[in-house]
Write a protein that binds this ligand. Structure first.
Ligand code: PHE
Length: 454
């Protein structure tokens, strides 16, 4: 059977950007940057983007384009069974992430509706944990199913799997061509409105004020690398899969730079919007920005509802636009992450794409119900912690070491990319992949193992 292909270059770029821009950009980046040196964080961040993020993205695009298969098949074609397992490892991590990522999108979808009349009331924290998530059991117990989460969750899976069933061009590409421009417009409105609020400057000052001591702190570098991997969706088998649908004549390197910079531009914008809004709230309540900022789930689902409560005029609309952005950004990432195992299963077991979507995606959807129970948030925290600590950077590290040093494929991949790309990869590319990235990631993994095992 003829392999599916993207219809246009723009379609591929939209899909790759759609995968990269996700929940990570809107609620993760702002607090990670803020907690890790504010303005000074941009130094390790840019370093990680240029020495690891974009070089690995180029490598994954090249692998997918050259071997025209999902991650396991591409690795198999490159170096046989000795490398295939790495694709499965990445697919396993992607599968697990998709089960809880879908749940957070379901919350965002539900909160889009709550925004209309601020159904969360004045105590937004109690509302999230008690009323919405019904987190009334002790950790480790599931309790009953929470219908308020389960119903939007079913909808999220129905949309994602429905789009995948449409195929690469008519499903994934078409959806991204609609969702991504819509997301950009909606999000720009949110950001512009946020920076024109009273007190916005306070928030921006807190966000951008550099704490240069932070640059000397290894933890900050670890945070920057970890974030870049998550945010660019690299080392998850995704970008290999998406690039495997590129036509023969495609500019790989240029596409990777465009995807990388578009993703960073989006998260910078998100940081500005989120902190401007936090500055507004701090100003309203006579508090410091540090006292109102929160990490993780709390930022989008506790603090933002408070901001919306105090918003001057049209607050329902502002809320709807904010949560709709989260929903759209999340959906396009969920589609990409599900496509990786759909493609992997269908090639490995010789079943049709649609069967792989129904069984693979269906299985992930069923497992995700675990996170829509009364104890769901506890399980979600455990899964997320486990994946982020041991999944992402570890795969990245093993991937570059095996490809550059053990199987020595870097030169061959570089020639492949150079033959079809405008920007030529020089020696810097191999140095970044083979030396800089393994040193930093190796140091990171060593530190993680030490803190987790000792
Ligand atoms: N890159 C996406 C984000 O920033 C997250 C993601 C991770 C998507 C892994 C797919 C796979 O949210």
């Amino acid at each position: 059977m003829e392999r599916s292909q993207w219809g246009t270059r723009a379609g591929f770029i939209m899909a790759a950007v759609g995968s990269a821009v996700g929940l990570g950009n809107i609620w993760r980046f702002p607090y990670v940057a803020y907690e890790n040196g504010g303005g000074a964080f941009f130094i390790p961040y840019l370093f990680a983007l240029l020495t690891a993020g974009i070089p690995i993205l180029i490598m994954e695009f090249t692998i997918g384009h050259k071997y025209r298969g999902s991650a396991p098949l591409s690795f198999f074609r490159m170096s046989g069974k000795k490398l295939e397992w790495m694709g499965w490892w990445a697919i396993f991590v992607s599968f697990v992430i998709s089960t809880y990522y879908a749940v957070i999108i379901a919350w965002a979808m539900r909160y889009t509706i709550f925004s209309v009349n601020q159904a969360w009331g004045s105590d937004t924290e109690a509302f999230l944990f008690n009323d919405f998530l019904q987190l009334t059991v002790t950790p480790g117990q599931t309790g009953g199913v929470v219908w308020g989460v389960l119903i939007p969750l079913i909808l999220v899976w129905a949309i994602a799997l429905g789009i995948l069933l449409g195929g690469v061009k008519k499903g994934i590409e078409m959806a991204n061509r609609i969702f991504i421009p819509t997301l950009v417009v909606i999000f720009l409105i949110v950001v512009i409105r946020a920076v024109t609020l009273d007190g916005a400057a306070l928030g921006l000052e807190a966000f951008f004020k550099p704490n240069f001591d932070a640059i000397m702190d290894p933890q900050v570098w670890v945070a920057a690398y970890g974030h870049i991997f998550f945010s660019l969706s690299i080392a998850f088998a995704i970008m290999i899969t998406y690039a495997s649908y590129l036509p023969k004549k495609s500019d790989i390197t240029n596409n990777a730079f465009i995807t990388g910079f578009a993703n960073s531009a989006f998260e910078l914008l998100a940081g500005i919007g989120v902190f401007a809004a936090l500055g507004f709230m701090a100003n309203q309540q006579g508090l410091a920005v540090a006292d109102v900022a929160a990490a993780g789930v709390g930022l989008a689902f506790v603090v933002f509802p408070q901001i919306i409560n105090e918003f001057p005029g049209f607050n329902g609309l502002f809320g709807v636009l904010f949560f709709l952005s989260l929903t759209l950004a999340g959906l396009t990432s969920l589609i990409s992450i599900t496509e990786t195992y759909v493609a992997g299963f269908s090639e490995k077991f010789g079943i049709s794409r649609n069967k792989a979507i129904i069984f693979g995606g269906g299985l992930a959807a069923v497992i995700s119900i675990l996170f829509a129970t009364q104890g769901g948030l506890f399980f979600l925290d455990v899964a997320d912690y486990f994946i982020n600590q041991f999944g992402v950077a570890a795969i990245g590290l093993v991937e570059v070491i095996l490809i550059v040093w053990v199987f020595r494929k870097a030169d061959m991949l570089r020639d492949h990319a150079n033959a079809i790309s405008d920007i030529r990869l020089g020696g810097w590319w191999k140095i970044c992949l083979g030396i800089v990235t393994p040193i930093v990631l190796g140091y990171m993994m060593f530190g993680l193992l030490k803190t987790n095992l000792l």
